[in-house]
Design a binder for this molecule. Structure first.
Ligand SMILES: Cc1cc2nc3c(=O)[nH]c(=O)nc-3n(C[C@H](O)[C@H](O)[C@H](O)COP(=O)(O)O)c2cc1C
Length: 193
């Protein structure tokens, strides 16, 4: 009799444990999409992601440098290189107020590649808003032809969190179809986070 009771208790405990073993995001979970964009490629991708993530409670925010970068590539390059060489973190603002990053189940960070690295505003965001180990971190990158390995290691270094999923889109270097495929695979990856 005692043994039967024990078995029932064990079965009930397993039933209680199993739902919490599943890691995937669930309908209604909160996702923060925070992106930096200078020439709007990453911004367009961020806006597309909002359209693809309708099952979730999504907050979209742009990361802005308080001291704006010059529009012109030649004028901005010395500043960007200097920030990279000196590992400079800079004052940033968010277009949409995020009182508590801990409220989110997943954080999606959007970034261009600048001289192979993450731009200072992205590093500064990751430093100012640390992603918790219990949260998921996904990254979407737009770039020219560079590979993503350096920027991904920048992101892992400044967030002290592993990148759980990422996609890269190279506007002007890839057809829309490649973007479409990558985009839908990324949405699937986010659903499985
Ligand atoms: C200062 C600067 C440096 C860049 N360096 C690289 C690079 O090293 N590798 C690369 O693939 N693309 C590079 N690019 C291209 C951008 O990553 C690409 O155009 C990206 O989509 C821009 O995103 P945005 O429009 O959201 O700002 C650079 C662009 C700028 C402005």
């Amino acid at each position: 009799m005692k043994f039967t009771k024990l078995l029932c208790a064990a079965a009930a405990a397993v039933c209680l444990i199993i739902p919490s073993v599943s890691n995937a995001l669930e309908k209604g979970d909160k996702i923060l999409i925070a992106y930096f964009s200078h020439t709007n490629n990453t911004e367009r991708l961020a806006e597309d992601l909002v359209k693809g993530l309708t099952d979730y409670d999504v907050t979209l925010t742009k990361i802005v440098s308080v001291d704006p970068y010059a529009e012109d590539m030649e004028k901005m390059s010395p500043r960007v290189k200097d920030e990279q060489e000196n590992d400079t973190l800079i004052p940033i603002a968010l277009s949409n107020y995020v009182p508590n990053l801990k409220d989110f189940d997943a954080v999606l960070v959007g970034t261009p590649i600048w001289f192979n690295h993450a731009p200072a505003p992205v590093k500064s965001f990751l430093n100012a808003y640390p992603v918790g180990q219990e949260q998921k971190l996904a990254v979407f990158i737009t770039s020219g032809t560079s590979e993503p390995d350096v920027i991904l290691s920048d992101i892992e270094k400044y967030s002290t969190h592993k990148v759980d999923a990422y996609m890269q889109y190279r506007p002007g270097h890839e057809s829309g179809m490649v973007r479409g495929e990558r985009y839908s695979i990324f949405i699937d990856d986010i659903n499985a986070l």
